[in-house]
Design a binder for this molecule. Structure first.
Ligand code: G6P
Length: 614
């Protein structure tokens, strides 16, 4: 949802900005731009529709010298992706240039006011309104840039992470945030800015995460000064990054998504390490143990999340109701935050988010806190806004996920939810001792099973060729396989643009079966579980209508396999954890179909990795 970078120091800013933009491209990639102040004191803005590579081509023969600059990669909210709407935006006099991630909700009112003062606009964006407004406040109030930003932002409604530079003061960058992330990297006499730490990591591991409504004056000569909107000095907490450069690179894979699919056996080992004792007899999720009373007394648990994380939440519901006997609701964060839910003390809200920055999930957390609920976060990005906004939580520890379609974060989330259910079930005494041990044994065998499933890649690649030109897909499953089917369908539609629906297998009779004909591929998750026979009946119903069935079954299966047109067999797994194993063939199928279609797998059209607008 837009990536922003910045640099001020002694080095040339351009290569740092471009490299940073490539790293942040996962956040948005419909246009890109940079602004630099060159040694002659000119403030140049270079921007274009398209990707960062298009920006590089644009500036190939231009003067991009300068030791202070800002850069942006966009995911359009206001105004279509075109050159004019790309960031940075100049102010009226072209003395200021600004980049922005977020949405200014009251931009129309401010724009009208500014028009009354003779301002005119070159783009349709809310961002241009903000930079013009800052300039107006600066000149009408005779303020310096830093104070003008404070005053302007006090009148702004919405979300922002911004960086502004001023032609008349090339010694500083002013940056601020509210509800959109912003990290400042601190080097030797130089500073870096990023929407996350990825553009910063190779220069310094010392960072400050700006808090909401903080404004930073980043000066080459005077260092870092952080204040709030009322100009009260803030003490920034300098943290040391735990990220390595190799985690941000493709490591020989053609796409980040394929790398991330293949990483899953290792990322899950990381996720369980220190939480399941080496002998495999106990699971200790410290976030649950530390809040034991709250979890034991919970009347109800509500999961709030979006996209893939919502699917993980659905699996969490099945696990917690099944193993802990606590009622669980799963809500889309965007609905929850606006629909006045019944909520109060004694409720636990579990917010699930890979990025930890999703605007709707963050707002749902705020609603939950206001209502007095205890809020627990399940995040991947350490130090993210959601991790900080929750009372307690667990990280999934799967490393940075760059591919826009979530893969290893999904299995990490399901793994943490599985450990949460086991920890809580043991505390509540709702799981029998023997079963508890068996389940732990099964859970620690998952990474090895995933490795086996990854060996099916050539088979799935072959299979994908048959379905590359399908227009629709159905994904069906019952019980734990139902949310897994929804996630499989989401993967396919996100990256191949084939319309796909995930449905409870039996519910198919109440509508989707009307779509089934010889042209319709239907992926059925028919692994060995309590309701396997019922799923087999659903396969028969599809076959009776000549649908093409791709069945994901358990090794050794005969019945579903004999009915299906194509079979993918996965190792036997306790049904509660099957989604962790079946996720892989569904991810691979989507991946290969998208590659066959020549689609941009890591950066699918219209999507973004981190959705920091509502
Ligand atoms: C976007 C991403 C999805 C992700 C969803 C929720 O739509 O493209 O991959 O599942 O946001 O993101 P979160 O970071 O909160 O898990």
């Amino acid at each position: 949802m837009c990536g922003i970078v910045g640099y001020i120091g002694q080095r040339q800013a351009y290569p740092i900005l471009i490299k940073g933009l490539h790293r942040l491209e996962y956040r948005g990639y419909d246009s890109a731009g940079i602004a630099l102040i060159n040694p002659a004191g000119e403030l140049g803005v270079f921007k274009t529709k398209g990707k960062v590579a298009d920006l590089e081509a644009l500036v190939a023969n231009r003067d991009v010298s300068g030791t202070v600059g800002i850069g942006h990669t966009r995911w359009a909210t206001h105004g279509e992706p075109n050159d004019a709407n790309a960031h940075p935006h100049y102010s009226q006099t072209k003395n200021l240039a600004l980049i922005h991630n977020g949405i200014i909700e009251n931009y129309a009112v401010i724009k009208n006011e500014l028009k009354g003062h003779g301002y005119n606009f070159r783009s349709e964006t809310d961002t241009e309104v903000l930079v013009q407004f800052i300039e107006y406040v600066k000149s009408s109030g005779n303020l310096d840039l830093f104070h003008a930003v404070q005053v302007a932002l006090s009148q702004v409604v919405g979300a922002y992470a911004i960086a502004v530079i001023d032609k008349n003061n090339p010694d500083c960058i002013v940056a601020a945030r509210k509800s959109s992330p912003l990290v400042i990297g601190i080097g030797e006499g130089e500073y870096f800015l990023g929407s996350d730490a990825s553009p910063i990591i190779e220069y310094t591991d010392q960072v400050v995460y700006l808090e909401d409504e903080q404004v930073a004056l980043i000066s080459r000569s005077h260092g870092l000064d952080v204040r709030n909107l009322s100009d009260v000095e803030q003490t920034p907490e300098v943290k040391t990054l735990q990220l390595s450069l190799s985690q941000l690179e493709k490591g020989g894979y053609p796409h980040f998504m394929l790398k991330e699919i293949n990483e899953q056996p290792d990322t899950l080992v990381n996720c369980i390490s220190g939480r399941i004792d080496p002998a495999g007899t106990d699971v200790i999720l410290s976030g649950v143990i530390n809040n034991k009373e709250k979890f034991l007394n919970a009347k109800r648990i509500i999961m709030v999340a979006c996209g893939t994380s919502w699917h993980a939440g659905m699996i969490g519901k099945y696990l917690i109701e099944d193993l802990c006997r606590i009622p669980v609701d799963v809500e889309y964060a965007s609905e929850f935050r606006y629909r006045n839910p019944v909520l109060g003390k004694g409720d636990i809200v579990i917010a699930i988010s890979q990025s930890g920055e999703t605007a709707d999930t963050l707002a749902a957390i705020q609603e939950a806190r206001k209502a007095g609920a205890f809020v627990y976060g399940i995040c991947n990005a350490v130090g993210s806004s959601i991790a900080r906004a929750t009372h307690s939580g667990s990280y999934i520890h799967v490393g940075p996920e760059i591919g826009v379609a979530s893969t290893k974060a999904f299995t990490g989330q399901v793994m943490v939810l599985s450990m949460l259910a086991l920890t809580l079930g043991k505390l509540k005494g709702t799981i029998k001792k023997g079963e508890y041990r068996d389940l732990i044994k099964d859970l620690i065998s998952i990474p090895t099973k995933m490795k086996q499933v990854l060996l099916l890649d050539p088979l799935i690649d072959e299979m994908s060729k048959i379905f590359t030109y399908a227009h629709n897909f159905l994904y069906l499953g019952r019980g734990y396989n139902y949310p897994a089917a929804m996630e499989g369908a989401l993967k396919l539609k996100e990256i191949s643009y084939i319309h796909a629906e995930g449905y409870p297998a039996a519910e198919m009779k109440h509508g989707p079966i009307a779509l089934v004909d010889a042209e319709m591929p239907v992926v059925v998750l028919a692994t060995a579980d309590r309701i396997y026979e019922k799923t087999v009946s659903n396969i028969q119903e599809i076959k009776a209508r000549k649908g093409k069935v791709i069945a994901v079954v358990t090794e050794g299966d005969t019945v579903a396999s004999s009915l299906a047109d194509y079979v993918i067999a996965v190792p036997p797994t306790n049904e509660r954890f099957t989604a962790l194993v079946t996720a892989i063939p569904l991810q691979l199928l989507a991946y290969h179909i998208a590659v066959n279609k020549g689609k941009d797998v890591d950066q699918p059209r219209n999507l973004a990795k981190s959705v920091t607008v509502e």
